[in-house]
Each structure stands twice: as C-alpha cells, then as structure tokens.
Design a protein around this ligand. Structure first.
Ligand code: GLA
Ligand code: ZN
Length: 675
C-alpha cells in the first residue's frame, strides 16, 4: 500500500493501555441504594463481557452536589476504586450535560431562552445558557473538584466533557456576547451592514444594540445574520469547552479530553470545535432494518465514522452505540444476528479505537428504560444481547495490534458545515430540498463500494497529500479556499466539482462576474444559469456512449477552455456541456453540471480512481453491499470486509483467500506489508 497521509501508528488513547476500549455509559449513581448487590454484579458482568472501559458521571451532578456547595464524592470514589480494581478504564465525565434543580431555582439565568424569547423551565438536559456567569462558575467549581480529587487515580483514562453539546440560547447575556463577537469580527457597524447586505428591506443597523439573534418573531431573512449566528453558536461551544477543560488541564495535563459529537449534527461546525479536542468521539445510532436498505445505511454511517476520524486525522472513539434497540427511533427493531458485531467492527474499520455503548445497565424508570443495554432488566448474562456484546469483547481482545493504526487515504471529500447552513436557509434552488448531505454521501458511496479509503474534510482543511479531492455542491467559497484548490490542482491533483458551486463568498454574498466565482479559471467554465427540475422531470447526459438520467438540478454552463466529454440530451439546452474537464497546471479539474444517479457517479469515480492511482483495500470487485476498509500500522494492514446486505455474499480476495460472508458478517484479513 502506498504511503498514506497519516500512515503509521498513533499512541493508544489511554497511555499505557494498548487495547481497543470496550464499554460504555455506566450509571452506578442510579443504583446507589442497591450498590452492595448491583455494583458488584456489574463488575462481574463487565469482566465477563470483556469490558475494559466505562464512562461515569455523565449526568451525575445532583448526586455529586445535592445542594449548593454540598459535595458527595464518596460514592464516586468507590466507583473509581472498583473500576481500577477490575482493570477498567474510567472515561470520567464532567456533569454539565444536565443540571441540578436547585441551581435553576436559585439562579434562573442558567436556563436557556428559545428563539421566541421565552425562558425554558427547568428540565430535560442541554438546557443551560453558555454565557451565564453563574453557570460557568458552577461548572468551573465542580470540574475543579473532580480534577483535583481524581488526578492521580489509576482508573482515570479519558475526560468526557459534558454530553452531546447542542442547541442554542437567545437570552440577553447571549445577545450581548453575540454583539461582542460581531464587533470583533467586523470592527464597524458599516462593515457588518455591508457583509449582511442590509440595504435589503431597509434592514440597515445604525447601532450595535439593534442587532438581535435570528427569531421567528423578528429577523430571519438576513442570511448573513443567520450564518453568523451559527458561527457564533459554534464559538460559544468551543469557548465553553475550553472553559470546562481549563481546570482539567491544570491538574491532569496528560489525560486526553473529548466531547461526544453526533456525526453531522447541524448545530455546530465540528471541524471548528474539533480543533480544541484531543480526540474526536461520537455517538452512532444506525436504525438497522434487516433489509437491503441496510446497505445505504451502512454507507451513511461509514461516512460519519470517516468524518469523525478526519476531524483529528487520527483514531477516534466510538463513544456510544446501542447493543440492541435504540428507543428514540420510531421503530425499535432488534439487531439481526451478526449486526451488533458488524456495527462494532465498522467503527474500527473506519478508525475508531473503541467500541462503546449506551448503556451498560438498563435503568428501571424514565425515558430510556427501554433503550438497548449490555445488561437487561432481567439482570444476568443469559441474554442474546449480552452474548453479542461478549462476542465483540472476545474479538477485540485479539485486535490489540490494531490500536493506533492509521487510515491511508489519498482521496478526500469535502463536507462543509457553512455550506450546509446556508443551503438550509436558501430561498431558491429547491429550497430546503437541496440534498447537500445526501449528495455528499452519494459521492462517498462510490468509494465505499470500491473499498477505497477516503477522508471527509471541510473546505478549510489542508489538501496537501491527497491525489483526489471531491467537492460536491461547494456553494460557498470561504476565504483562502480557491487558492488552496488552485495550488492543489496546479501541483497535479485531481479536483471534482459539481452544480451549485462557487455562488457566494465567506459572507454569503454572491460573486459577481459569473459563477463559479474564483473557481472559474481552474474549472475552465462559466455557469450562466441553473434549472431546478420538478420531481417528475428528467433530463439526460450522454457520456462514453452511455445515456444517464439526471434530475433535480441542471446547470447551464459554457466551456471557457475546458474539454466537454458529455452534454445534455434534451430540453432547450440539449447539446450543451454537462460534464467538463480542464487541464490546469499539472492537474485536472472536473465539473459535473447536473445531479446524476449513482450509475453515473460509480462509472465516473471508477475512472478517477484509476487515473489517480487510488488503491482499494482489496484488489477485487466487491459484491454490492460489501465494502472493504483498511487500517494500517505501516507494517501490517487490517482489512475489514463487511457485508451490509441481508444476503450471503462471496468475496474473492485473491491470494488472501476466498470467503462466503453470511448476512451482515465481518471478515478481518490481516496482511503483512510486502506479503
Ligand atoms: C445520546 C445520549 C445518551 C443517550 C443516548 C440514547 O447519544 O448521549 O445519553 O440518551 O442518546 O440513544
Ligand atoms: Zn444565554
């Protein structure tokens, strides 16, 4: 295998613990009264299941501080000691994901205010204002106590900051911070007016104090405002995260910190947040169906794993997954045989060094009592799900060698939160039905089916080291991005762009002088208009003597030097360019002008992979629904051959062997380099 961008071996997530972590969310605080029986049994069952890590304290604030300043760490001391005794790593959480009632009651400013400007009541979780000085101080205090107390504890392995950061707050304190953010960014109200194009509908601001966050009872049509609000919200979480980890860094500078992300959750630009994480981690909940639909679902979740890995370009943590039913899905279908193993191996295949669950033991009450868990209400190891978990534990024991292995990807696909936000907001172009994420995943799926590893990056990430960069629907060209693409192509890279590319700049102001703005020259084209089609409409493109249907979007482009290998088949733009390629410097820049089906994309990317010399994990054509993903230590490759279809599939891996994979089966091939 060709040397990759990030070839080699990364240190294990937990220092001196060179094993894949296996475990998950553990809530002994919900069983304080039964601790003598339940906790003991938990440890027996954990050992039996091959569990070596448990996440504790995630929502334990009231158990730790029952009234203001009244701390109770004895129970957590006992839990930490018990974990250490059983050889289990503690993924120790800061408890800010949910808050004690006494705090909301005494300090209502800690409660969030929603878009309509009403303050929430106490309850739920993630329901706190990130600007509130009171909330910040309370978090600082409890985090400091935790860090001070457990800094030398042998069980402490990873800090789990809060839980699934998300949402937003529109209270007066947040409005003030938002204005401060804007002042710093724009310097003058005139510059803000210009960036937000506020002459429109007389929305010009004459004083900073007039600026308010977006609201359905106020301003929601100023796209620049909406965009900056999302960026500000991201900064709020980033800043809050840094606030949370400050005391942890002080007492435990060597313990890595992470916060569990949610894949492509739209509310936070994870690329920006990830800059301050030591390790990326995420919670993955595919809703498996037991039908051929699981193939597309497999692709989607592979994409999210790859995205999470690409945030830090090193092994990540699968922080949560369900060993069985996911209670908040509309249908809580059980995992079919092999599925639990498959979803666990899938995470490893894409770069996770952990398999963790929500949850270890099912609680008896409240809204997650029917969520899948390692230990069911029945309480013993004699369940199908327990056996599934145990089987994963056994397999992981044999995979110590995988710890830290890199993903040797030479191709990258761009997925950018800024583009997502602005397309979600757009008026025109099929409105909210733009299908940005779906489109990115469709392009991704071609690589998945070929078994070619890819990184998922945002438009600001470095392009260095890649041979192929694909940027579906790169509507917004942020500052510096066109230059980076230019350098990349000039040096010999292959770049692929599509319809809806290069319409606006960093502030969502349309480029004048023709789309795709600063990419016109690189792509050698000019896009004059775009046709949005009704769902029943079809056009076609003819390429290499084959006709492919196109739908949704047809961009009407002119070549300005690019070759035109394919053109439209019908309508008033019949015969006009639909696919172009421009030689630029030592590289090539492709433009796909219309939304095609997978048939076209698969044929197209098979050619690009060949031109770019991208090597698949296995040198074979994989049956539909089967992928092969590679991780490599440089000396040894681990090839995960995974069947996401509910049917048997035959895989011929040449001199590495042949195998009939059962429905949902995973085959791991270990290959020595140069063998
Ligand atoms: C999320 C949360 C967990 C739990 C699970 C249930 O991922 O982080 O606390 O609610 O969902 O699927
Ligand atoms: Zn607030």
């Amino acid at each position: 295998m060709k040397a990759g961008l990030n070839d080699g071996v990364y240190p294990p997530i937990v220092a001196n613990f060179p094993h894949i972590l296996h475990g998950g969310d553990y809530n002994p605080d919900q069983w304080l009264k039964q601790k003598d029986t339940i906790w003991k049994e938990d440890m027996r069952l954990a050992r039996l299941a091959g569990i070596n890590s448990l996440s504790v304290g995630i929502f334990a604030w009231t158990a730790l501080e029952s009234a203001e300043g009244e701390y109770h760490f004895e129970w957590l001391d006992e839990v930490m000691d018990m974990l250490a005794k059983n050889g289990i790593v503690a993924v120790l959480a800061t408890p800010s994901g949910a808050r004690p009632a006494w705090m909301s009651q005494r300090y209502p400013e800690v409660l969030r205010v929603n878009r309509k400007r009403t303050r929430n009541l106490h309850g739920a979780r993630h329901n706190h204002c990130l600007s509130s000085p009171v909330y910040r101080e309370k978090v600082r205090l409890i985090n400091t106590k935790l860090a001070e107390r457990y800094k030398d504890h042998p069980a402490l392995g990873v800090w789990h900051i809060s839980n699934e950061y998300g949402g937003e707050c529109h209270c007066p304190l947040c409005q003030e911070r938002f204005r401060e953010y804007l002042k710093k960014k724009y310097g003058s109200i005139e510059a803000l007016n210009e960036a937000w194009w506020t002459g429109f509908w007389s929305h010009t601001y004459t004083d900073w104090s007039q600026v308010e966050s977006p609201s359905p009872i106020g301003e929601e049509s100023t796209h620049g405002l909406n965009l900056d609000w999302m960026r500000f919200t991201t900064e709020q979480f980033r800043d809050f995260y840094l606030w949370e980890i400050a005391p942890l860094r002080q007492f435990t500078p060597k313990i890595p910190c992470t916060t569990n992300l949610m894949g492509t959750y739209p509310g936070i630009d994870y690329f920006r947040l990830a800059e301050v994480l030591d390790i990326a981690s995420w919670d993955s909940y595919p809703q498996w169906t037991g039908t051929a639909e699981d193939i597309a679902l497999g692709v989607e979740f592979s994409f999210r794993h790859d995205l999470t890995r690409s945030l830090k370009k090193r092994p990540f943590m699968l922080m949560e997954s369900s060993p069985s039913a996911t209670n908040w899905r509309p249908v809580t279908k059980l995992h079919r045989p092999n599925v639990h193993m498959l979803q666990s191996m899938q995470a490893l295949a894409h770069g996770s060094d952990t398999v963790q669950y929500f949850q270890f033991r099912k609680g008896r009450g409240s809204s997650e009592k029917f969520h899948g868990a390692v230990v069911d209400h029945e309480g013993t190891e004699n369940t199908r799900v327990f056996a599934d978990v145990k089987a994963v534990g056994e397999r992981l024991r044999g995979l110590d060698g995988l710890v830290g292995a890199a993903t040797p990807s030479r191709a990258a696909i761009i997925y950018d939160w800024n583009v997502r936000w602005i397309l979600d907001d757009i008026k025109g172009l099929l409105q909210a039905k733009h299908g940005y994420e779906k489109t990115v995943i469709e392009h991704y799926s071609c690589f998945w089916q070929m078994g070619i590893p890819v990184d998922i990056i945002d438009s600001k990430q470095s392009l260095e080291g890649y041979d192929l960069v694909v940027a579906p629907m790169l509507y917004m060209i942020r500052d510096g991005v066109a230059e980076a693409i230019e350098t990349f192509v000039k040096k010999g890279g292959t770049f692929v762009a599509t319809y809806i590319t290069g319409y606006t700049d960093e502030n969502d102001l349309c480029f004048t002088g023709g789309f795709p703005g600063p990419l016109k020259e690189i792509l050698g084209i000019w896009c004059e208009e775009i046709d949005s089609l009704y769902p029943r409409d079809r056009n076609s493109i003819n390429w290499k003597n084959k006709k492919y249907e196109v739908y949704d979007f047809c961009e009407l482009i002119h070549s300005r030097g690019a070759e035109v290998p394919a053109s439209y088949g019908s309508d008033f733009y019949s015969g006009r360019p639909a696919l172009t390629v421009n030689s630029y410097g030592k590289g090539k820049a492709w433009f796909i002008a219309a939304r095609t089906g997978l048939d076209f994309l698969q044929d197209f990317y098979r050619d690009r992979a060949k031109d770019c010399g991208l090597k698949p994990a296995l040198d074979t054509v994989l049956p539909r629904g089967v992928t092969a993903q590679i991780r490599s230590t440089g000396k040894k490759d681990y090839i995960f051959v995974m069947n996401f279809s509910p049917e048997k599939q035959n895989v011929d891996a040449g001199n590495l062997g042949k195998k009939t994979l059962e429905a949902y089966e995973t085959w791991i091939i270990e290959r020595q380099e140069n063998s």
